[in-house]
Design a protein around this ligand. Structure first.
Ligand code: GTP
Ligand code: MG
Length: 361
């Protein structure tokens, strides 16, 4: 009624703009505060003392964590084969047409100067269709390995991967692969990459290049050493393991037998079986956790990728996740997010309908 008198033809079920809400508030003597979805989330999470993107607790709470390394590069340059060799496993066999279509994550032991260490690897697809997955991969990582096949050289998705890594300010190690192939030209790859500010140490730059053959297992240890050296030299890889877990969902799908299955990367805190968890608009309780060998584990510490079973719906890839105190809270956060998405969708549908009405008239 008030709006009607102000000349705004608005019905009771219509969505109104922020400006109109503020106008209405003024007219009726209410203080209206317009809150963005991000602010709403932050407010909600703030009441549970949670925030993203930084370490929690004091210096004394931080413990060393393994580096998270994303493997990127042009299609067929040997990313998955490299990780198969590192893991002494065979993922490529199970891929359709040998083309990686989702992100895989594995933790493997490595050695530096006689010391046993762990590295978390994230495999990404090289096919041009999967830009978003590469962008995401580059964001939740500490180091990027750019794989370039020495018989093919720098290609479009090589450049794209480098751009993602540089935009995310992630240090790069270059693996020049397929040096066993006739006509392989590792020197040319080095030369091509100078154009993207990746200058090999032997040419006076500060990027580590390692010539490898993923197929024959050549120089794999040197590559792992280069990764660990980069981690030690450039990064402060520590996190508080003694808090409720937070991290990112890397990949998720609906499994016929097990229901929603999400591969998550724990970034801080420790994830336990039994925890209430929320990721995007999905929530649930961790019923089981499986490591990269399919073995059950009960706790996952920082930098650990793990498959989580127990979500009631499938989280989105790239969604941040966090553990909350109770099922109820997890559900509440997920419900709010879902309601918000539904409202946005309704609003856009309403707009479409009214346009169609106009057309009809
Ligand atoms: P996408 O995930 O689809 O981008 O491909 P990818 O980069 O994971 O390549 P993948 O590991 O599937 O390897 C592509 C092909 O190159 C396969 O046939 C591998 O066996 C072969 N290959 C990978 N590394 C080497 C290598 O070092 N030498 C030789 N000769 N072949 C290799
Ligand atoms: Mg692959």
């Amino acid at each position: 009624q008030v709006l009607f008198h102000l000349g705004e033809m608005i019905t009771a079920t219509a969505s109104v703009s922020d400006e109109i809400l503020e106008l209405l508030g003024q007219e009726m003597n209410y203080q209206i505060q317009v809150v963005s979805p991000e602010e709403e989330d932050r407010e909600l999470l703030g009441s549970f003392d949670i925030s993203f993107g930084e370490n929690h607790g004091g210096e004394e709470d931080l413990a060393a964590r393994p580096p998270v390394v994303t493997v990127m590069g042009h299609v067929d340059h040997g990313k998955t084969r490299l990780l198969d060799t590192v893991r002494k496993a065979n993922v490529r066999e199970s891929e359709s047409g040998g083309i990686t279509q989702h992100i895989g994550a594995y933790q493997v032991p490595a050695e530096l100067e006689g010391e046993e260490r762990l590295i978390t690897f994230i495999d990404t697809p090289g096919h041009e269709a999967f830009t978003a997955m590469r962008a995401r991969g580059a964001k939740s990582t500490d180091i990027a390995i750019i794989v370039v096949a020495a018989d093919d050289g720098v290609m479009p998705q090589t450049v794209e991967a480098i751009n993602h890594a540089q935009a995310a300010d992630v240090p790069i190690v270059v693996a020049v692969n397929k040096i066993d192939v006739e006509g392989a030209n590792p020197a040319k790859v080095r030369q091509q990459l100078t154009e993207y500010n990746l200058v090999a140490e032997e040419y006076g730059g500060d990027t580590m290049f390692v010539d490898i053959s993923a197929k024959q297992g050549t120089n794999i240890e040197s590559l792992l050493e280069a990764v660990l050296l980069t981690a030690d030299a450039a990064l402060d890889l520590r996190a508080n393991p003694d808090m409720e877990a937070q991290g990112v969902a890397i990949e998720a799908h609906l499994d016929r037998g097990r229901g929603p299955v999400a591969t998550v990367l724990v970034q801080r805190g420790t994830l336990h079986v039994g925890d209430s968890i929320v990721a995007g608009d999905a929530s649930g309780r961790v019923r089981r956790m499986l490591d990269e060998h399919g073995a059950d584990i009960t706790a996952a510490t920082p930098s650990r990728p793990v498959q989580v079973i127990g979500f009631t719906s499938v989280p989105g890839a790239g969604d941040t996740f966090l553990v909350v105190d109770e099922d109820r809270v997890a559900r509440q956060i997920a419900d709010r997010r879902r309601a918000r998405e539904r409202n946005a969708e309704l609003a856009s549908r309403r707009k479409r309908v009214s346009l169609e009405d106009l057309d009809a008239a």
